[in-house]
Design a protein around this ligand. Structure first.
Ligand code: FE
Ligand code: FE
Ligand code: ZN
Ligand code: FE
Length: 168
C-alpha cells in the first residue's frame, strides 16, 4: 500500500504541474484560433483548468498531504509540439484544425492520467479523492468531446480551404 500511495502522490504532483502549464499555454491557442466557437470552447476549458488545480489541492488534502508539483516532461513536450503546429499554420486555412489537434493531444494525456489516478485512489480506499478525480476526468472527457464535434466542421473547412475567419 505504501508503494502505491507513493506512486499515486508522484503522479498527482505530475498532473498538478501539468495543469499549471496548460493554464499558461491555452491563452496562446485561444488567441491563434480564428473560429469563435473554438475560442469559446477553449476559453471555457481554461476556466475549468484553473479550477482543476484547486481540485488537486483538495485531493492532496484528502491524503493529509501538502500540494506539490513535479515537472511533467510529457506535458512540456505536448505543449511544445502544440506551439509548433500552431506557429507553422498561423496564416493557413488549416489553423483551426491544427489547434484542435494540439488541444486533443493535451486532453487525451489528461484523460489517461486521471483515469489511472482515480483507479489508484479507489484502490487506496480514498473515496473523497476518487470522486474529485472523477470530476476532473469528466471535465477532460467533455472538453475532448466538444473538440471532436468542432473538428467535424473545422476539418471540412480546412479541406475546402475556406478563408480564415469565415464560417465562424
Ligand atoms: Fe486539466
Ligand atoms: Fe506526466
Ligand atoms: Zn482537459
Ligand atoms: Fe484539460
Amino acid at each position: 500500500m505504501k508503494a502505491l500511495k507513493n506512486l499515486f502522490l508522484n503522479e498527482l504532483a505530475d498532473m498538478y504541474d501539468s495543469e499549471h502549464r496548460i493554464t499558461k499555454a491555452l491563452p496562446k491557442l485561444i488567441e491563434a484560433a480564428t473560429c469563435e466557437k473554438l475560442r469559446h470552447a477553449l476559453r471555457s476549458h481554461l476556466e475549468e483548468t484553473e479550477g482543476q488545480a484547486s481540485h488537486i489541492d483538495e485531493v492532496f488534502a484528502a491524503f493529509d498531504e501538502k500540494p506539490r508539483a513535479k515537472k511533467c516532461p510529457a506535458m512540456v513536450g505536448i505543449l511544445e509540439e502544440g506551439d509548433r503546429i500552431v506557429t507553422e499554420n498561423k496564416r493557413s486555412p488549416a489553423i483551426n484544425s491544427a489547434i484542435i489537434a494540439a488541444a486533443q493531444k493535451i486532453e487525451h494525456y489528461e484523460i489517461a492520467s486521471y483515469g489511472t489516478l482515480r483507479a489508484w485512489a479507489e484502490l487506496l480506499g480514498n473515496e473523497e479523492a476518487a470522486l474529485l478525480l472523477e470530476e476532473i476526468l469528466d471535465q477532460e472527457k467533455e472538453a475532448d468531446h466538444a473538440l471532436n464535434e468542432l473538428a467535424v466542421a473545422k476539418n471540412k473547412e480546412t479541406l475546402e480551404e475556406v478563408a480564415i475567419g469565415a464560417g465562424a
